[in-house]
Unconditional design. Structure first.
Length: 278
């Protein structure tokens, strides 16, 4: 019995060590503190947020027009940080909407280590903070790039939001991993399942030259999502978003969702783009 117990403990320790190593590869989190002024033209306000499990995170905030209920939360991707997110999110400012940069545990000087449950808790904490800032009637929009799109989808599946926008986001991390590795993933990020649980409009954007997320994954995510969902395909675009191009499309989506006009979104399709709706 003692030998069996020892073997069990050894196996558990090996699995825990394996999970830790796999998570390092999933998130590529760099805890080095960042200076947001290096990433933005008009530096945002620092936004302290405390999670449900007690972590103190630092995000960023550009106030919108007084009385505007729309607040856009931007979620960054794997191996990134809240500075890169601010560089992207700044393209969403200047149209009256409030804009918040979400930051995660273990990234950019924040305490803790990233896990799926942890990043979802971080996202929910920023949603709650947004409602504190804007008011209980805030229109909360979640916008996420790559892994950040997965976080946005899973947060949007667990708390009420007004709309979700994903940029270059996969369908299931388990199926995207090399053969056999998917079974070892401690965090599955099953976006197909999350998409079925979102009770808000969804807009997806993906480039035809994305070398990390295949068009077939976008097709699967589009098929799993409820209605209304819009899939925009951007010709020649890679994995990292050109927000000077995509930012206006995200802002238009916010307006279309607010006005119930998703059937006519986008009103003008850029040359070479394609759109699918349901």
């Amino acid at each position: 019995m003692r030998g069996s117990k020892t073997a069990f403990i050894a196996a558990a320790l090996m699995l825990a060590s394996c999970a830790s190593s796999v998570r390092e590869q999933i998130y590529k989190a760099d805890a080095t503190p960042i200076s947001v002024a290096q990433w933005t033209k008009a530096p945002p306000q620092s936004l302290p947020v405390r999670t449900e499990d007690g972590l103190a995170l630092t995000g960023y905030y550009w106030p919108g027009d007084p009385g505007d209920p729309d607040v856009i939360l931007f979620f960054h991707g794997r191996g990134s940080n809240q500075g890169v997110a601010a560089r992207y999110a700044e393209h969403l400012t200047g149209r009256g909407d409030h804009v918040i940069v979400v930051s995660y545990r273990g990234f950019g000087g924040n305490p803790g280590s990233p896990t799926q449950a942890g990043l979802m808790a971080d996202g929910r904490a920023f949603v709650a903070r947004a409602r504190e800032l804007i008011g209980s009637d805030a229109h909360v929009f979640l916008v996420g790039h790559s892994l950040g799109g997965a976080v946005a989808l899973h947060v949007g599946a667990t708390v009420p939001v007004t709309g979700v926008v994903t940029l270059s986001t996969f369908d299931k991390l388990e199926e995207s991993a090399p053969g056999g590795v998917g079974l070892l993933l401690p965090d599955k990020w099953n976006n197909l399942d999350a998409a079925t649980k979102i009770h808000a409009p969804l807009v997806m954007m993906l480039g035809t030259a994305d070398d990390r997320v295949e068009l077939g994954q976008a097709d699967a995510l589009f098929a799993a999502a409820g209605k209304p969902t819009t899939l925009l395909t951007v010709p020649g675009a890679g994995h990292n978003p050109d927000m000077s191009q995509l930012g206006p499309m995200v802002s238009e989506a916010v307006g279309a969702i607010d006005s119930g006009a998703m059937a006519a979104y986008p009103t003008a399709l850029p040359a070479g783009w394609s759109v699918r709706r349901k």
